[in-house]
Design a protein around this ligand. Structure first.
Ligand code: ADP
Ligand code: MG
Length: 238
């Protein structure tokens, strides 16, 4: 796993600047949760880290390597979205294996990694099933398994649980957190769910209008929110 450093990171779409020079260091193994109103730049920040969006100014480093010019594959960062794409005609084994489709690993190593991921995610009994025979939470885990088999240096999650019902969300929160502890992964996680932020984060980063407004441990943000939005967000039960 690795540190992720953002140094005066800026993003413009055309003439409009939407990220205004963000500085942030995510430590090796740290679980950082981004919160903030819709449109404040959370997804754009994650997409720049993943290499899905070009950087307009500043620097992104993974470990001590500047990755601004690297394509997403060479960064080896796993991104898990809310609308995960799993293929209905393929089994769980095949759907996870897609993560290694372009990999040069040999066949046995690929198979071993798929099984290892399935085991970690509790999907071993379902390896030969198709998605139609899985629950929403199991499908979400298949998407995570596909990201895990590449042995990524970090995971980025963009509202991964927002399509799940409350009970599944609660269960997945616990599972993702447990996985983080087991793998020691570096994680950047976007959510609009205050329970997720409070229970999963080592550190919460509050964004507003393309800036970082406030950051700190969940309890510090909770007891000392910098403004009304943050107070409402952190303080209101879901
Ligand atoms: P969030 O994830 O916090 O809701 P986004 O990162 O998606 O916010 O968006 C940040 C800002 O950038 C918004 O004003 C949004 O409209 C704008 N934006 C995002 N993607 C694009 C794009 N591809 N083209 C133009 N503007 C965009
Ligand atoms: Mg978003």
């Amino acid at each position: 796993m690795a540190t992720i450093t953002l140094d005066k990171l800026t993003k413009r779409f055309g003439r409009t600047e939407v990220i205004h020079g963000i500085d942030l260091a995510i430590a090796d193994g740290e679980f950082v949760v981004f919160v903030g109103p819709s449109g404040c730049g959370k997804s754009t920040t994650l997409r720049m880290i993943a290499g899905l969006e070009e950087v307009s100014g500043g620097q992104i480093r993974i470990g001590d390597r500047v990755v601004n010019e690297l394509d997403p594959k060479s960064r080896n960062i796993a991104m898990v979205f809310q609308n995960y794409a799993i293929y209905p005609h393929m089994t769980v084994r095949q759907n996870i294996g897609i993560g290694l489709y372009t990999s040069k690993l040999d066949k046995d190593e690929k198979a071993r990694r798929v099984e290892e991921a399935a085991k970690l995610l509790g999907l071993e009994p379902f390896l030969e099933r198709r998605p139609a025979a899985l629950s929403g939470g199991q499908r979400q885990r298949v998407a995570m398994g596909r990201a895990m088999v590449r042995d990524p240096v970090a995971f980025l999650f963009d509202e991964p649980l927002s399509n799940l019902d409350a009970q599944l969300r609660a269960q997945m929160r616990i599972e993702i957190k447990a996985l983080h502890q087991r793998l020691g992964s570096t994680i950047a996680y976007v959510t609009h769910d205050q329970v997720e932020a409070m229970t999963m984060a080592d550190r919460i980063v509050v964004m507003r209008d393309g800036h970082i407004l406030q950051q700190g441990r969940p309890m510090d943000i909770y007891s000392n929110p910098v403004d009304v939005f943050t107070a409402r967000f952190i303080g209101t039960p879901s």
